[in-house]
Design a protein around this ligand. Structure first.
Ligand code: SF4
Length: 402
């Protein structure tokens, strides 16, 4: 049984989705940064996908230079504030911190990162100044993390940049796809404003590039086109979800929740299908929206789940129940979902098999499919001479050019 009451106002929504770790104050940041050993061959840097010089920025915080620390962070990662909150630091930088070998709590790197970036954003410290225009123009398709980062980088080389974004806000999944208890819409948009002010790129909102003609027009107008479109809708796994009300894709559900907040419809008993991090988010969010029961159903055993262990623990903490070795066979109901028909599974000779005669129906009034996202192959297929691999990914050379 979920401990959360259904939120009926923004205030109640914010309460249910409160962040686990608030921002550090100056004393906390000073104390925490003092613990860092400033390792010479710092494993935390190697574990950071963007290679931020972590000991350097921690030392800068420790010497009362939070803005210098923010500069160090943004030099490697234009989404410095968002990543401090959203990154799975437990398995990346903090997971690699040398303190883990001594059974001592690792340095709170993510929160220190946010301490520095928050100061820079609050104080409107402008850290970057693009050079004069070099006379060339680039179109960026998609205003997500890849598109915005590409725009920042291009501006630092003097290119003019127009970003074509299909939706009403920048930052892609950061605003549309991350659980609100990790980062709020306001926090995301503040960082995006902060970047736009410094790099001065243009974003054209609600401007979907969809057709062959759209693409041809970009190719004629610009010197280069950057494709940063990310992934598409939730992938169906052959279930009859389209015919039924109250069946959602996880990314679509999370997007609605982020935009409509407490006005989002959530059932009393919700079944989430999947075992990845998006499934965990959708499950936690359903519980925080006041669903009485939330079941996370995964076809393999717990150890095979794609989700990080801490994400599953987070979901369990808010009352989500994990069901393992069950596979969905059909969504039950006429117009509206009334349940899911499952069969039990077992791994036999290394292969996952359905146990014969093990079918059963679990009643519910909402189903969320967290079965991965589809590639945007229809869109990519319209670009003349663009090579894709068998999985629908764009083939590039060593300079990431098509
Ligand atoms: Fe500091 Fe830990 Fe990184 Fe060493 S591994 S530099 S102690 S954060």
């Amino acid at each position: 049984m979920s401990e959360f009451k259904r939120p009926n106002s923004t205030a109640e929504f914010n309460q249910n989705f409160a962040q686990e770790y608030p921002l550090m104050n100056d004393t906390e940041a000073y104390y925490e940064s003092s613990r860092c050993l400033f390792c010479h061959d710092a494993p935390c840097i190697k574990a950071c996908p963007t290679g931020i010089d972590i000991p350097l920025f921690i030392r800068q915080i420790n010497t009362d230079n939070a803005i210098g620390a923010a500069q160090t962070i943004y030099n490697s990662n234009y989404f410095g504030a968002a990543c401090g909150k959203v990154c799975p630091t437990e398995v990346l930088c903090e997971g690699a911190c040398v303190y883990n070998h001594q059974d001592v709590k690792p340095i709170d790197i993510g929160r220190l990162q946010n301490f520095a970036t928050q100061k820079a954003i609050e104080q409107n410290s402008l850290l970057f100044a693009p050079p004069t225009d070099n006379g060339r123009k680039v179109a960026v398709i998609g205003g997500g993390p890849a598109g915005i980062s590409c725009a920042c980088e291009l501006r630092m080389h003097g290119y003019q940049v127009d970003i074509y974004e299909a939706k009403a806000h920048p930052s892609g999944l950061t605003i549309y796809g991350v659980a609100p208890y990790k980062i709020t819409n306001e926090e995301v948009l503040l960082e995006m404003d902060y970047l736009q002010k410094q790099f001065n790129f243009n974003i054209l909102y609600n401007k979907k590039i969809a057709t062959k003609e759209d693409i041809a027009a970009l190719e004629q107008t610009y010197d280069a086109v950057f494709i940063g479109i990310g992934l598409g809708e939730t992938r169906n796994i052959g279930l009859n979800v389209e015919e039924m009300e109250n069946c959602y894709g996880a990314v679509e559900f999370i997007e609605e929740l982020r935009m409509k907040q407490h006005e989002t419809m959530v059932g009393k008993k919700v079944i989430i299908l999947g075992g990845g991090n998006t499934a965990m988010d959708a499950a936690s969010e359903s519980a925080r929206m006041g669903a009485d029961t939330v079941i996370l159903a995964y076809r393999r055993d717990k150890s095979a789940m794609g989700a990080y262990a801490f994400e599953y623990e987070l979901a369990k903490k808010v009352g989500v129940k994990g069901w393992f070795n069950v596979t969905p066979k059909a969504i039950v109901g006429t117009d509206k979902v009334t349940g899911v028909q499952f069969a039990r599974t077992a791994t036999i000779d290394g292969r996952l098999k359905t146990v014969e005669g093990s079918e059963f129906v679990e009643a519910c009034d909402m189903v969320i499919l967290a079965t991965g996202q589809s590639k945007q192959t229809t869109f990519l297929g319209q670009i003349t001479d663009l090579e894709l691999d068998k999985k629908g990914k764009i083939l590039v050379n060593e300079h990431f050019q098509t």
